[in-house]
Design a protein around this ligand. Structure first.
Ligand SMILES: Nc1nc2c(ncn2[C@@H]2O[C@H](COP(=O)(O)OP(=O)(O)OP(=O)(O)O)[C@@H](O)[C@H]2O)c(=O)[nH]1
Ligand SMILES: [Mg+2]
Length: 628
C-alpha cells in the first residue's frame, strides 16, 4: 500500500466532528482556522447554507474530519438550510451516520440565546464539547462567564476560543486530543429531537445563566449608537442610497488606471505575437480569438474587484442585516420579506449563490418568488457588457459633480432592482400570497472588517473570475473563433470572411428576430455564446469585430470600433437587453435543482426573454424617435 493510500485510509477512519451552533457565532471562522480552508465568513446570520467537510491533524498527531454546518436556532428545523444541519446531526442523510463528536459553538456575548440549542443537542446523547467563542468581545464588554462552572452544570468539556485570532483555536485542539479516542455514540438522535418543551428548556437556560454568568452585562452601546443613526426612519434610507451610489461611482473612477494597465499589457502582447508570427490560421486564433476575446473580458477584473471590495466590507462589518431591516417595508410593499434581501444581494455576484441562499427563507412561496427574481439582480458577468457599452457611448464627463458613466451604471443596476420588485409584486398577486410575517432578524454587533476576511474574499473573487476566463470563456472563444473563421470567404467575396462563416450564417439568421430591436448580425453572433456565460458576449464581440476588420487594428480596443459602427439606439437597446438577459444556462439548472421542478426554470427563461425583448424594443424605438 502506498503512502497516499495509507493516509487516505487513516482519514477515512478518522472521527467526524460536527461544528454546530446558532447563526453567526463563528463556526465557519473556526472551521477555517482548524482546516486552513477559506470558506466564506461574514457578519450576518445565514452565511453558510451547505454542509462543508474538511480535515486536520491535531498537535498530538490524531487525524480528524470536520463538518461546517449552516447555523440553526433549534434542531426543529424551520428552513431548508436548518434542515441540512438537523439531518447531518441526526444521521438522516443518505449514506451518512451521525457525527462521532459534536462541537457546539456558542457566541459568548449571547449565551442566553445560544444555550437553548446546546441543551437540545445535549439530549441527542452524542459526545460533545462546548466551545465558548468570541470571548475577546465578551471580555471587552465586561461579560464574565465561568467556564468551569458551566462545564460542571452541563457535564461536558467547555473551552474558550477566539476563532478570528491566530492560535485562538488551541484550547479546542487540546480538548479534542484529551477526548481521543472518541467513543462511538450509542445514541438515538432522532428520538431526542422535540422531546422536551420549550418552556422547560428556557427555565434550564435561566438556571444555568444565574450560576455561570455575571449580571452586569454592558450592552453593546457603540452598536446601539450607530443603529440610532443608521436605522433612523429618515436618515437610514438616505445613508443606504448614498452608500450604494458612491460604490458605483468608485467602480468607474477607481478602475481607470488598472484597466488601462491591463489593456496596455494585452495590446502589447498582441502586437508582439503579430510581429513575430507569420500570417496564418494559428496567428488568427491567437490574436483574433484568444487575445482579443479573453483579453477583452479580463480587462474588467478591476471593476469587479472594486465592487466586491465594498460589498465585502459591508458584509463583514455587520451592515447588511440593517439594510435588510431598512428595506423590509419597501420589500413588504411588493410582497417580499426582508429575508429576501441577503439572497438578492448575493445575486449581485452571481445569481447561483443567490438562488441557493434563498434556502434561509422560511415561507415556501416567498422562497420561490425570491428565486425567480434573483437573476434580475445585476450579476458580475453583466458588468463587462455594461462597462464596454458605457465606455463606448457615454461621454466621460461630470454632471453636477457626478461621473456620468457611473450614473448610467447606477441606473442600470437600479433598473434590474426595480424590475425585480415589479415581477415579485406580479407573482405574489398571481400566486395569491398571504400577508407578510414580521421580519425576525438578528442584528449582530458592528465590528471593523477583518483584513484577512477581506483579502480572502477578494482573492476568491479574482480566482473565480480568472478561472472562468481561463476555462469556460477561453474554450468558448476558441469555438467561436473556429465557427467564425470557417469555411472562409468564397472567390470574389465582397464582405469580410466572417460574413460567410458558420457563425456569420447563424448571426444573419438571428438578425431576422433581433433586427426589430436594433441588433446587427455581429451582435446576434455574440448573443449565442453569451448564453453559456454572459461576459463571453464581450469577448465574442471582440473576436467578431477583429475578424471583420481588414486593417491591423486590434480588437482589445473594442470600444472605439463599436462606437463608430453602432447607433446610440442600438447601444441602449443592448444595455436594456442585458438588464434582463435570460441567457444563463447555469442559473436555470440550479433553479431546477433548488425548486425540484422544471416548471420554474422554464417560467424564468420565458418571462426574462419576453421582458428583455420588450424592454429593448421600447428602448430602441424611443431612442430613434428622439433622434439617437
Ligand atoms: N471578535 C471576534 N469575531 C469573531 C470570532 N469568531 C467569529 N467572528 C466574526 O463573527 C462573524 C461570523 O462568523 P462566521 O464564521 O461567518 O459565523 P458562522 O457561525 O459560520 O455563521 P453562519 O454560517 O451564518 O451560521 C464574522 O464577522 C467573524 O469575523 C471571534 O472569536 N472573535
Ligand atoms: Mg458559517
Amino acid at each position: 500500500m502506498g503512502v497516499t493510500e495509507k493516509v487516505m485510509q487513516a482519514v477515512g477512519r478518522a472521527p467526524m466532528i460536527a461544528l454546530l451552533g446558532n447563526p453567526n457565532c463563528g463556526k465557519t471562522a473556526l472551521f477555517n482556522r482548524l482546516t486552513g480552508a477559506r470558506q466564506k465568513v461574514a457578519n450576518y446570520a445565514g452565511v453558510t447554507i451547505e454542509r462543508k467537510e474538511g480535515q486536520f491533524t491535531s498537535p498530538a498527531g490524531h487525524a480528524y474530519r470536520v463538518l461546517d454546518l449552516p447555523g440553526a436556532y433549534s434542531l426543529t428545523a424551520h428552513t431548508p438550510d436548518e434542515e441540512i444541519t438537523r439531518d447531518v446531526v441526526a444521521g438522516l442523510r443518505a449514506g451518512e451516520t451521525s457525527p462521532d463528536l459534536v462541537v457546539c459553538v456558542v457566541d459568548a456575548t449571547n449565551l442566553r440565546l445560544n444555550l437553548r440549542l446546546v441543551l437540545e443537542v445535549q439530549r441527542l446523547g452524542l459526545p460533545m464539547i462546548l466551545c465558548l467563542n468570541m470571548v475577546d468581545v465578551a471580555k471587552k464588554r465586561g461579560i464574565e462567564i465561568d467556564a468551569d462552572k458551566l462545564a460542571r452544570e452541563l457535564r461536558m468539556t467547555v473551552v474558550e476560543t477566539v476563532a478570528v485570532q491566530g492560535g485562538g483555536e488551541k484550547s479546542l485542539l487540546r480538548a479534542l486530543d484529551e477526548a481521543w479516542p472518541v467513543a462511538p455514540a450509542a445514541a438515538n438522535p432522532l428520538a431526542a429531537i422535540d422531546a422536551v418543551s420549550v418552556e422547560d428548556t428556557q427555565r434550564e437556560v435561566r438556571r444555568i445563566l444565574a450560576i455561570v454568568a455575571n449580571d452586569n452585562q454592558a450592552s453593546d452601546s457603540l452598536s446601539e449608537k450607530i443603529d440610532n443613526v443608521v436605522l433612523h426612519p429618515f436618515a437610514g434610507p438616505v445613508i443606504l442610497a448614498v452608500l450604494m451610489f458612491l460604490i458605483f461611482q468608485a467602480v468607474f473612477s477607481w478602475a481607470e488606471a488598472p484597466m488601462d494597465f491591463i489593456t496596455g499589457t494585452v495590446e502589447g502582447f498582441g502586437a508582439i505575437v503579430k510581429e513575430h508570427m507569420a500570417d496564418g490560421i494559428l496567428r488568427s486564433l491567437l490574436v483574433d480569438g484568444i487575445i482579443a476575446g479573453v483579453g477583452g473580458v479580463l480587462v474588467f477584473l478591476p471593476q469587479i474587484l472594486i465592487l466586491f471590495f465594498f460589498i465585502l466590507i459591508l458584509e463583514d462589518c455587520g451592515y447588511l442585516p440593517r439594510a435588510a431591516f431598512l428595506l423590509d417595508r419597501l420589500m413588504g410593499g411588493v410582497g417580499l420579506s426582508g429575508r429576501a434581501f441577503i439572497p438578492l444581494l448575493s445575486s449581485f455576484a452571481c445569481a447561483i449563490p443567490g438562488v441557493m441562499a434563498a434556502r434561509t427563507i422560511q415561507n415556501p412561496r416567498d422562497r420561490i418568488v425570491t428565486i425567480m427574481i434573483a437573476p434580475l439582480m445585476t450579476c458580475s458577468a453583466r458588468l463587462p457588457v455594461y462597462a464596454l457599452v458605457i465606455a463606448a457611448f457615454i461621454p466621460e464627463r461630470e454632471v453636477y459633480g457626478m461621473n456620468l458613466q457611473g450614473l448610467v451604471l447606477f441606473c442600470l443596476y437600479f433598473a434590474g432592482i426595480f424590475s425585480a420588485m415589479g415581477v415579485a409584486w406580479f407573482m405574489k398577486r398571481s400566486l395569491g400570497g398571504k400577508r407578510q410575517q414580521p421580519l425576525m432578524l438578528e442584528l449582530p454587533s458592528y465590528h471593523w472588517p477583518h483584513l484577512r476576511n477581506l483579502a480572502i474574499g477578494l482573492w476568491e473573487r479574482a480566482k473565480i473570475f480568472v478561472t472562468r476566463v481561463g476555462t469556460v470563456i477561453l474554450s468558448l472563444m476558441i469555438l467561436l473563433w473556429a465557427l467564425s473563421s470557417f469555411p472562409g470567404a468564397p472567390e470574389g467575396a465582397t464582405q469580410p470572411a466572417i460574413w460567410y462563416s458558420i457563425a456569420g450564417m447563424i448571426g444573419r439568421a438571428l438578425e431576422y428576430v433581433f433586427a426589430p430591436i436594433g441588433f446587427n448580425w455581429q451582435i446576434c453572433i455574440a448573443l449565442v455564446p453569451g448564453m453559456a456565460a454572459r461576459e463571453v458576449a464581450v469577448g465574442a464581440l471582440g473576436t467578431v469585430y477583429a475578424l471583420s476588420q481588414s486593417g491591423d487594428e486590434l480588437a482589445t480596443s473594442l470600444a472605439p470600433v463599436i462606437a463608430s459602427t453602432w447607433s446610440l439606439a442600438t447601444a441602449l437597446s443592448l444595455l436594456a437587453w442585458y438588464v434582463y438577459a435570460p441567457q444563463c444556462l447555469a442559473t436555470l439548472s440550479v433553479v431546477r435543482r433548488e425548486t425540484g421542478s422544471i416548471r420554474y426554470p422554464l417560467m424564468m427563461a420565458g418571462y426574462m426573454f419576453a421582458l428583455a425583448y420588450v424592454a429593448s424594443f421600447i428602448t430602441y424605438h424611443a431612442a430613434r424617435l428622439l433622434g439617437a
